[in-house]
Design a protein around this ligand. Structure first.
Ligand code: ADP
Length: 304
């Protein structure tokens, strides 16, 4: 059986990293505003239009999620990746504000612990995959295992030298593992949506300075973000290689312009809604007999 990917609206396909194509991130404008309807002279008017757009996102997402949960056939896995400060947390907040929290679980993946390092690299992610009817959001993911550790091999688990990163084809092997893992999930009813929140280095600087200039934002600041910034170019290379190798028809990457937070949030929410709508789900239909039972129950309650 062939596996097909998410059926999103045509307009959203412009963000998809074409499978088998070498991705050059330079060619993707991080500050793009793909919403013509918001171009207006007046800031106030733009703000109102934007608020309407975000509210519409939430309403549509809520409707789509309700149907996903009611039909209980598919699960949705959302993978969020991006440089530090790219807006993963804010995007998750936006998406969560539109869904019933009981139908959605967020998992954040940090530096793996000893037990996690003692297993194969996909183990910790597999344990928390969403069940049918649910949306699972991965804030960082198994893609860290071909990104941060590609840039910093010393942060990787210790593997025997015969199978470790010193061997030719090691990273290609990991991409193949990831592609096979995702194909397996898609074949078994998981819709996978992967978003790379693409910000510029200047925008990262602005966001870090903002955190350092506002005491209420100090808690968001991390010295490691500044330390990692010096590896910006190495990360870009690792991201380009990863995006080129793992954007597939069945689990495509969306390269989301993220210098404007609202653009990133809107694109992600719309892609999720559209992918659920593309499943053409329907609410469960009850047999006659069951409907009679429900009507009896209603009558009984009314007569109480
Ligand atoms: P975040 O930046 O996501 O808000 P943290 O500041 O705690 O959260 O950062 C999590 C850290 O964990 C990041 O530096 C990330 O690179 C690291 N990390 C995540 N997954 C892995 C992994 N598989 N191997 C090594 N480091 C990882």
């Amino acid at each position: 059986m062939d596996v097909s990917g998410p059926m999103v609206r045509k307009y959203l396909r412009q963000f998809v990293a074409e499978p088998k194509k070498k991705i050059r991130l330079k060619k993707y404008d991080t500050a793009r505003v793909p919403y013509k309807e918001l171009s207006t002279e007046s800031d106030d008017e733009a703000k109102t239009l934007l608020q309407d757009l975000l509210d519409k996102n939430r309403r549509e997402l809520a409707r789509a999620q309700d149907l996903l949960a009611a039909s209980g056939q598919y699960s949705i896995l959302i993978v969020l990746q991006g440089m530090d400060t790219s807006g993963k947390d804010g995007t998750i907040r936006h998406v969560m504000s539109g869904v019933n929290p009981q139908g959605c679980a967020v998992h954040s993946f940090k530096v793996p612990g000893a037990e996690e390092h003692a297993h194969d690299f996909l183990w910790r992610y597999e344990k928390v995959l969403p069940e049918r009817g649910m949306i699972g959001i991965f804030n960082r993911s198994y893609y860290e295992d071909v990104l941060v550790v590609h840039v910093h091999p010393d942060r990787m688990e210790l593997l025997p030298s015969a199978i470790g990163p010193g061997n030719t084809g090691f990273w290609e092997g990991r991409y193949k593992d990831i592609n096979a893992f995702e194909k397996h999930l898609v074949r078994n009813g998981t819709v996978i949506l992967k978003f790379f929140l693409h910000i510029s280095k200047d925008e990262q600087k602005r966001r870090l300075l903002d955190r350092l200039s506002n005491q209420e934002k100090y808690w968001k600041f991390s010295f490691t973000d500044i330390a990692e910034r010096q590896y910006w170019d190495q990360y870009l290379v690792a991201y380009e290689e990863m995006l080129s190798a793992t954007s597939t028809g069945y689990a495509p990457w969306f390269i989301v312009p993220a210098d404007y937070k609202w653009v990133a949030r809107t694109v992600v929410a719309e892609a999720i809604t559209s992918a659920i709508e593309g499943l053409h789900l329907s609410y469960p239909v009850f047999p006659e007999e069951k409907i009679r039972e429900l009507e009896e129950a209603k009558k009984g309650l009314e007569q109480e």
